[in-house]
Design a protein around this ligand. Structure first.
Ligand code: PMP
Length: 349
């Protein structure tokens, strides 16, 4: 049986969080002399002299309307990378606890684990890039606190079978973290509607991909109110800056534009796949539910260097286990994809 108190670190359980000036007084006043800010203003057209809302309420309210999840179930971070780090710091005792990773997958889970001195137990995906459920069951012990599942997965692009994730959610007594950074490009259903079903579910999403706001650094975690409370206690008080909050709020009014880009990206992806199949050096193109494709080639390094010399940068994943010979192409604009294909024609010639 999953119980949050069983996986929470003792020091975090007892932590009295920092109480900021903005936490202590909420409401409207005419004179703010409580936070040692510069009362005159900022040397900019717009003023940023006041600390931002530590709980980012306006952004969460808008996200809540879009996602159908109450604000109390939403955590906002400086990118979802911050949410990943906070999960380690909240639930994993350095030097004792471990987490399950299922490579090939997003690299920050391992880096974050290493920073926090938390053991990683790696259970490779199968040849079909799906979960090795038996391997995972064997790797879990009483000190296993988190399992990271990226779906759609980076760098392979495929979605992980929903029933397997559900099996983990039902049977694992730690947190199952489902990273849905690329969910907007997928036909698969999100897990954020399942929060009431599973007390040990954490879903990560981000404004960095489909929403086109990578530079603002706004990531989301969706989870039970209890988990979100813990994450809020551990986060730095003002982890999402005011400019990012304002711009994110503005961008979140523009759902139609984003949906239009998603459609275009998907049709560009299909087109790119068709065109790539014609090249002799392409051995396999893996099915993708994301805004990138993993392409197995005869000469990843050669193609990579040729593209770089023509000013085109792709991601070389050929040294990653189970991705031997593979390059990862992000789907660009129609112009960019055309340039990529024309340059690959030159490579082949
Ligand atoms: N998860 C996955 C699967 C990613 O690919 C990335 C970014 N490459 C992130 C999380 C981090 O995103 P953010 O910009 O929100 O920190």
């Amino acid at each position: 049986m999953f119980e949050l108190k069983n996986i929470l670190r003792e020091n975090i359980k007892n932590l009295k969080p920092y109480s900021s000036a903005r936490d202590e007084f909420q409401g409207e006043a005419s004179v703010y002399l409580d936070a040692n800010e510069n009362a005159f203003g900022s040397p900019l057209e717009q003023n940023y002299n006041r600390y931002p809302d530590p709980m980012q309420y306006a952004v969460k309210k808008r996200l809540s309307d879009i996602k159908g999840v109450p604000p109390r179930n939403i955590f906002l971070g400086n990118g979802s990378d911050e949410a990943i780090d906070i999960l380690f710091r909240s639930f994993c005792n350095p030097g004792t606890d471990n987490v399950i990773l299922v490579p090939p997958t997003y690299g920050m889970y391992e880096v974050s684990a290493n920073i926090n001195d938390v053991e990683t137990r790696k259970v490779n995906l199968t040849d079909e890039y799906q979960l090795n459920m038996e391997g995972i069951a064997e790797a879990i012990d009483k000190n296993t606190k988190l399992i990271f599942i990226c779906s759609p997965n980076n760098p392979t692009g495929n979605s992980i079978h929903r029933e397997d994730i559900e099996t983990l959610l039902t049977n694992f007594n730690g947190l199952v973290v489902v990273d849905e950074a690329y969910i907007n490009f997928s036909r698969q259903k999100t897990f954020i509607q399942e929060l009431t079903e599973y007390a040990n579910l954490v879903v990560l999403q981000t404004l960095s991909k489909a929403w086109g706001l990578a530079a603002l650094r706004v990531g989301m975690a969706f989870a039970s109110e209890e988990i979100i409370e813990v994450m809020n206690k551990v986060k730095p008080p003002y982890n999402v800056n005011e400019a990012s909050q304002q711009l994110a709020l503005q961008a979140l009014q523009n759902v139609e534009q984003v949906n239009q880009w998603i459609k275009e990206t998907l049709s560009e992806r299909d087109q790119l796949v068709l065109n790539l199949k014609a090249f002799d050096f392409v051995l396999e193109i893996y099915p993708s539910d994301a805004n990138f494709i993993l392409v197995k080639t005869t000469d990843a390094k050669g193609i990579y260097n040729f593209l770089v010399s023509h000013g085109i940068i792709v991601r070389d994943r050929s040294k990653v286990e189970l991705c031997e010979g593979a390059l990862r192409f992000t789907i660009g604009t129609p112009e960019e994809n055309k340039t990529l294909l024309n340059t690959l024609k030159e490579y082949q010639a």
